[in-house]
Write a protein that binds this ligand. Structure first.
Ligand code: ADP
Length: 577
């Protein structure tokens, strides 16, 4: 920059000098010509005072002596050369055709600048018509006039050279002075860009008339830009936060199916690292359905939805909603399609459980209904003759109806447990008291099965309504009696541990094989269908227990050994804690 400035300055000085020197030369030339003209006119006037008509030769001789560097030609009115100080007049041709002679003949004075045919050099001719009609012509060579001019111009040249030298010497410091504010601004801005300084308004510039105002403008500009950048950042952070907090994955694709943007949830769902997630979407999954859906979105510009189940995803299902995007760009690329991805594994599992439950319920209902139908058919056909048989059949119908009622009651209980949420002011139930009341309830059945029930422990209040507590205890204790052997026992223990009430229901019954232990809490799961049916079980008792425990913040554990017995341990939050 500095060099260019110096160059430009010198060029300007040079051009100015060139113009002024040329003008000087021209002016000096004109002046010398005027002087020469004047000089020649004066000489002619002097010559006219002699007797050029009567004795041209001697006038010429006198002239040659007085002004040896000039030439005098005396020409008769008819153009004949009478005398000449340089050439032989007799040998000279008629001069009437010379412009300056013609001019003098007609106006009295004449002038011409042209090469001389006689001396061969460029000459200034001045002519005068003398009173007697003779024309006197005095001339001097242009080169001698130029010689005088160059002498005067020499000074100008020297002055110009001195000016050029001075400009060259001063150009550097002047350029430095001119550039100083710009350099200061540049340095300050660089410091802002480098991050070593927040704003360019350094105190040292404040009082500087040239830089100060510029600095404060730049300062304001930087401040304003900073605000804009902060706004943009805040906006971007907001969008990123929304995208990153979404449970659903969001992917933007270009027209070719390449990923333009992918949020954290989508990365997580596809098991990608933070850095991965570029290239074609088909690198994430080879799904044929995805390929088809992408084609459909692209060609028909219509949204598509499907569940992606891919070996790469394990046993998870992802629901993909593809929507066409038109006329939008992301970081300069045209967006073709957006994909919203949600994990529907749980939903599908729940759907599966629901449909399995429906199938199970239908089956469970069908079994007693088929029996009832069989018995009623037999009774109505009159095939059962004896009164005793008829009673037996009616009792069996009653048993099946009871089974149906039990089943429907359990289904209703389960569905109620699934739909309720616990109230804030939870009621409390005395675990020991409820266990004792269930013990009394089960006494006939226990006696019949030859099983003894004991209830011991501390009187503790659990944060669960008494009715639900009773339901839970009834299912556990009834199972202890049902799946027991004559002479066996069911012992119920109530204790407290920290802020929890611990309830154990241990029996000395048939036990549960290890592989079935995790499944007994599933709906309709029974280890031994025949025995369960004989005992009148619905297969929903433990599912109800699990639901109640979960609903009231309890925990559930089972320890069992086939042939030895089972222990169910439930912990419940203590009331008021
Ligand atoms: P059910 O109405 O058939 O008793 P549950 O849900 O109460 O249904 O129990 C599921 C299955 O778990 C029973 O069919 C039985 O095979 C097994 N089971 C439950 N409790 C016990 C227990 N105390 N001892 C042995 N097996 C049990």
């Amino acid at each position: 920059m500095k060099r260019r400035l110096i160059g430009a300055t010198l060029l300007t000085v040079l051009a100015a000098l060139l113009v002024s020197v040329s003008m000087g030369i021209w002016v000096f030339h004109q002046r010398e010509m005027d002087d020469a003209r004047q000089n020649l006119r004066e000489l002619l006037t002097l010559v006219s005072l002699g007797s050029p008509e009567s004795d041209p030769q001697s006038v010429a001789a006198q002239f040659a002596q007085a002004a040896p560097d000039k030439r005098l030609t005396l020409i008769a009115a008819d153009g004949t050369v009478l005398a000449d100080t340089v050439a032989d007049a007799a040998a000279m041709e008629n001069h009437l055709n010379r412009a300056e002679v013609l001019q003098a003949a007609s106006t009295g004075w004449g002038e011409a600048v042209r090469p001389s045919e006689t001396v061969g050099r460029r000459m200034l001719y001045i002519t005068m018509r003398f009173p007697g009609g003779v024309i006197g012509r005095v001339s001097t060579s242009i080169s001698s006039i130029n010689g005088l001019m160059w002498k005067s111009v020499g000074g100008i040249f020297l002055a110009s050279l001195a000016a050029l030298a001075l400009s060259t010497a001063l150009a550097g410091p002047i350029a430095g002075m001119v550039l100083r504010p710009l350099n200061a601004v540049g340095d300050a801005l660089q410091a802002v860009l480098d991050g070593t300084q927040e704003s360019p308004s350094l105190p040292r510039y404040e009082r500087d008339g040239a830089v100060g105002p510029l600095m404060s403008s730049i300062d304001r500009l930087v401040e304003q830009l900073g605000r804009y950048i902060d706004d943009i950042r805040a906006e971007r952070d907001k969008v990123n936060l929304v995208l990153d907090c979404m449970d659903e994955g969001l992917i933007l694709l270009d027209q070719e199916g390449n990923i333009l943007a992918i949020n954290s949830a989508a990365r997580r769902l596809f098991g990608l690292g933070e850095q991965a997630g570029t290239g074609s979407i088909l690198h994430l999954t080879r799904s044929r359905r995805l390929r088809q859906a992408l084609r459909q979105v692209r060609s028909e510009q219509e949204a598509a939805m499907f569940d992606l189940e891919d070996a790469a995803l394990g046993d998870r299902s992802l629901r993909m909603f593809l929507s066409p995007v038109t006329g939008r760009r992301f970081e300069g690329e045209t967006v073709g399609c957006s994909i919203l991805v949600s994990d529907v594994t749980e939903l599908k599992r729940a759907e599966g459980i629901r449909s399995e439950f429906t199938a199970n319920v239908s089956h469970e209902l069908k079994t007693p209904l088929t029996s009832i139908k069989g018995f009623t058919d037999m009774l109505s056909s009159g095939m059962v003759q004896s009164e005793e048989d008829r009673k037996r059949f009616l009792t069996m119908i009653g048993v099946e109806v009871d089974r149906l009622i039990d089943l429907i009651n359990d289904i209703l209980k389960l569905s109620e447990l699934e739909s309720v949420s616990i109230a804030q002011h939870s009621e409390a139930g005395n675990v020991l008291e409820e266990a004792r009341s269930v013990q009394a309830l089960l006494l006939p059945a226990a006696q019949q099965a030859e099983v003894s029930i004991t209830v011991d422990g501390a009187s503790a209040m659990a944060a669960i309504p008494a009715a639900r507590l009773k339901e839970l205890l009834l299912n556990l204790m009834e199972n202890g009696v049902k799946y027991n052997e004559p002479g066996g026992t069911v012992s119920v223990q109530v204790s407290t541990l920290g802020d929890r009430v611990v309830l154990t229901v241990a029996d000395t019954g048939i036990g549960i094989p290890p592989e079935a232990q995790s499944r007994v809490f599933e709906r309709f799961y029974r280890v031994d269908r025949g025995r369960a049916r004989k005992n009148g079980g619905t297969g929903l008792g433990l599912a109800i227990v699990k639901h109640i425990a979960q609903l009231y913040g309890g925990t559930l554990a089972l320890e069992s050994r086939p042939g030895v017995g089972s222990t169910f341990t439930i912990t419940l939050p203590m009331s008021g804690k």
